[in-house]
Design a protein around this ligand. Structure first.
Ligand SMILES: NC(=O)c1ccc[n+]([C@@H]2O[C@H](COP(=O)([O-])OP(=O)(O)OC[C@H]3O[C@@H](n4cnc5c(N)ncnc54)[C@H](O)[C@@H]3O)[C@@H](O)[C@H]2O)c1
Ligand SMILES: [Zn+2]
Length: 339
């Protein structure tokens, strides 16, 4: 078992990583459960997992559930599920009675290494991902590796997009570690997995601790691959991690063209994504391409006709660049299906 914690405006979040962990909360608790997680809990609100759950309609159901259970500000909302369900739960907990207690039990690898950590909660609106949301930190995160066993292969592998993102932008040693251990990780070797979850959690927690509200030009690094990624995730219905993998490839290529990243380093990035069985390329028909461009225009990171984008400038190095919207659209054009 490994433990770490990070500080923020609400206090401290404790992260526990291990296998067969028990959850003990101090006081009354109500439960939200992802129907695909394999967890059965009497009295819990069971929700289908996946992106569909991040809607105002489902959020309303959660508020009704909380009210019907007599939840107040001191009640724990315990959310057990994938990243989508945790994003919804974080939004609900941060807004119900202006904030109740929150414990997160991520049941996908991606949620353990990324989504559960850092306090971003949101729902989608129309086609725009995460349009309405909050920053609201959980009290506790319990990453139980037993959940990894039942994950479908695609869902499992998709998590490594976020792990590669941490390595390529922030930690060259971790990038090399992933390279050396890609095969064992793909086999779900448990001790490697525990190490990977711990290393990722530590990287993400330290970024959040430094810039909780994404105001200091630090937390933005976590958006690498996400400007393009979010657009194609919606348009093609890919898993979040898969879309981010393609997003990193496209944004990485744009960085090479802008003279910010070396071609050999881009090749290293692409090779590592492929080693985890992740896509680096998709093909968009004309209508999808137009929609992807419209979604990029609505991105939260846009400022007039530029998009504020984190760009790797080497393996383990990055900087924030103002990329012209036109430049990003031209990068997307390369994904047009050939006739
Ligand atoms: N808040 C953040 O900082 C942050 C960071 C990264 C990603 N995200 C969000 O997280 C979401 C992606 O998370 P995800 O990759 O976990 O996908 P997901 O939540 O959509 O889960 C993928 C699928 O796995 C199922 N599932 C969950 N646990 C399972 C288990 N133990 N066994 C079998 N199936 C299981 C889910 O029901 C779903 O069908 C996206 O909405 C993304 O925007 C948020
Ligand atoms: Zn992501």
């Amino acid at each position: 078992m490994r433990e770490l914690s990070y500080r923020h405006s609400r206090g401290v979040t404790k992260i526990i990583i291990g296998r067969g962990l028990g959850l003990r909360v101090d006081g009354k608790a109500v439960y939200l459960v992802d129907a695909n997680s394999g967890v059965e809990l009497e009295g819990a609100l069971r929700l289908p997992g996946g992106e569909e759950v991040k809607s105002l309609e489902v959020l309303t159901k959660v508020y009704e559930f909380l009210l019907s259970r007599g939840a107040d500000r001191h009640t724990y909302l315990v959310a057990v599920g994938g990243g989508a369900l945790l994003d919804l739960a974080t939004f609900a907990a941060g807004t119900y009675m202006r904030g109740m207690r929150l414990a997160l039990v991520p049941t996908t690898l991606l949620a353990m290494i990324d989504a559960a950590i850092g306090g971003k909660g949101a729902v989608d609106w129309g086609r725009v991902k995460n349009l309405v949301g909050v920053f609201y930190q959980p009290d506790l995160i319990l990453a139980d590796l037993k959940f990894v066993e039942g994950l479908p292969d695609r869902v499992y592998r998709s998590a490594f997009a976020e792990a590669v993102k941490y390595g390529v932008t922030l930690d060259g040693d971790f990038f090399q570690w992933l390279r050396q251990n890609a095969e064992g990780l793909a086999r779900r070797d448990e001790s490697l997995l525990e190490e990977a979850v711990y290393k990722c959690a530590r990287i993400k927690a330290s970024v959040v601790e430094e810039d909780e509200f994404e105001l200091k030009g630090v937390r933005q690094v976590l958006n690498f691959g996400h400007t393009v990624g979010h657009a194609i995730e919606r348009v093609l219905g890919l898993l979040h991690g898969e879309a981010v993998a393609v997003g990193m490839a496209v944004e990485g290529e744009a960085a090479v063209e802008a003279g910010l990243l070396g071609g050999a380093q881009l090749d290293e990035l692409l090779a590592l994504l492929k080693a985890f069985g992740l896509p680096t390329r998709v093909c968009l028909d004309p209508a999808s391409l137009e929609e992807a461009k419209r979604l990029v225009e609505r991105d939260k990171k846009r400022k007039g006709d530029v998009v504020l984008m984190p760009v790797p400038t080497g393996i383990g190095k990055w900087r924030l660049e103002e990329m012209r919207l036109e430049f990003v659209k031209r990068a997307l054009d390369k994904l047009r299906c050939s006739a």
